[in-house]
Structures are given as C-alpha cells and as structure tokens.
Design a binder for this molecule. Structure first.
Ligand SMILES: Nc1ncnc2c1ncn2[C@@H]1O[C@H](COP(=O)(O)OP(=O)(O)O)[C@@H](O)[C@H]1O
Ligand SMILES: [Mg+2]
Length: 251
C-alpha cells in the first residue's frame, strides 16, 4: 500500500445509537439495490441539509463492515471536508484532492487517500474552485468515476446542492442512482419534488430519501418523531424513505 497517501480522519464523530442505527438501515438497504448500483450520489436541494454528513457516515459504516468503498468529494465550490473532519496526511504533505486531480496531470492513485478504515478510501476536495462545471463536464470526471467503480464496490459521491448550478445534474447523469437528503421541517415539499424531477431529467434513479436533521421536541433526538417515515417513499419514484435524527448541539 502507498503509505504516502495514508491519512487519519481525526474528527469523525461518534453518533448516538439511534442515528448509527438509521445509517445502518440505509446501508443495508443499499445492498438490496443489486450489484449494478455502484456509483451513488448523495444530493439535496439546498446547502446544509446534510449531504456531506450522510455521505460520510454511510461510507464509514460501509467500510467498517468490510465493503470496499470510496467517498468522492464532488462539491468543488464549497467543500469543508478536509478542515471539518480533520483530514491529515501522515507524511505531512498537502492533500491534493478531487479538483486538483481533475485539473492536473496526475494519476488517480496519487490523489486517492487511504484512511484508518481498512476498506474505506477517500478523495476529498482540497482546493475550492470558482467554476468546477468545466472540470465536471470534462470526460476525465466520468472516467474517474468509472475507474473507481471498477476498483470499489461502492463509490459515494458527495455532491453540491441541486438548486444552485447544474453540477448536481451532471454528476447524477454519471451515477447509478441518488440518495436525496431532505432537511426535516426546513425544505418545502414543492422544492423537494422539483429536485426529484431534476434527477429524473438527468436520468439518475432516485434510490431513496433521507429525512435528516429532524429535531425532537425536547431538544434531544427524536427517534419517535421520524420513525413514521420509514418505508415510505414520499411518493417520488420508487425510492424508499429513511429517517435520521439530529445529534449534538443545534447550531
Ligand atoms: N443528522 C445530523 N446530526 C447532526 N449534525 C448534522 C446532521 N446532519 C448534518 N449535520 C450538520 O449540519 C451541518 C450541515 O451538514 P452538511 O452535511 O455539511 O450539509 P451539506 O453537505 O448538505 O451542505 C454540518 O455541520 C453537519 O455536521
Ligand atoms: Mg456538503
């Protein structure tokens, strides 16, 4: 293994049981989607709904259960992954990342990082760029996803929000399906519906909807509050619903 690209994710949060369980259910459901579903985009309508959170936790659990998985950061405008999760290369060198890989002539192996999870690799973005559409439109992005899909069982793609630019649609058109994250009590239903339509237009099957950041009345977390959403599809396509709660202090 290439020790040079060994990193430690220093700030991986420990989730409360109910949330860990909800992620677990989502992970198990993934395996029912069949072996053709490998490239999975995690998307939402707006910023801050929890795409990166869901993508990261799903990837982490998948890797922990021994399934080769890679998390690709495709939010190249506003990624905070490296700082927020405390990604540090063991040799102290700079993390190159996804946008660097796409814009420069380096091998994918030079950019992919190995983490403390034996089966979990990661390709974060470390240089936010003003106009990543050019990078995403380039065939190199498509080839990168295909190359990764050939090497890992799952490629989880942490995407930018759908409402801003067409990046999400472009990424979705290259993936086998999408998990749509919806922030509980925040994202209006018609807007969520519109996102589902956008995915459909992009030819990206909606695999499921995650109701995230649901806050319980008591300020704690709330298993009961979101329990009712399990197994429902919200009426979008053939997807199925999931529930998540909220852990930690509300910002
Ligand atoms: N279920 C959750 N429990 C606790 N914190 C969460 C949850 N989902 C998201 N967050 C937090 O909310 C903020 C926004 O989430 P993030 O995943 O960055 O959103 P997005 O990628 O959609 O912009 C982050 O600080 C994240 O850690
Ligand atoms: Mg994000």
């Amino acid at each position: 293994m290439n020790r040079k690209n060994q990193i430690t994710i220093e700030n991986m949060p420990t989730l409360p049981y109910a949330i860990e369980e909800a992620v677990n259910r989502l992970r198990v459901n993934m395996s029912f989607l069949g072996e053709d579903v490998k490239k999975i985009m995690v998307i939402s309508t707006m910023p801050d709904e929890g795409k990166s959170f869901v993508a990261m936790q799903l990837w982490r659990q998948m890797a922990e259960t021994g399934v080769d998985s890679i998390l690709v950061d495709a939010d190249m405008r506003k990624s905070v992954m490296v700082d927020k999760y405390g990604l540090k290369k063991e040799d102290g060198s700079k993390i190159l990342g996804s946008s660097y890989y796409l814009a420069n002539d380096i091998k994918l192996e030079e950019a992919v990082l190995h983490t403390q999870y034996e089966h979990g690799d990661i390709l974060p973005n470390n240089d936010n760029v003003v106009n990543p559409s050019i990078l995403l439109e380039n065939h190199k992005f498509e080839e990168m996803l295909d190359q990764l899909a050939a090497n890992y069982r799952y490629v989880f793609v942490d995407a930018p929000p759908l409402n801003l630019v067409s990046d999400g649609e472009r990424i979705g058109s290259l993936c086998d399906g999408a998990v749509l994250v919806v922030r509980g009590n925040a994202t209006p239903k018609n807007i969520v519906k519109n996102s589902a339509l956008q995915l459909e237009r992009a030819g990206c099957p909606l695999l499921g909807v995650v109701l995230n950041r649901v806050k319980g009345a008591g300020g704690g977390y709330y298993y009961k509050q979101y329990g009712g959403y399990y197994g429902k599809s919200y009426g979008y396509g053939k997807g199925y619903g999931y529930g998540y709660g909220y852990y930690g202090d509300k910002k």
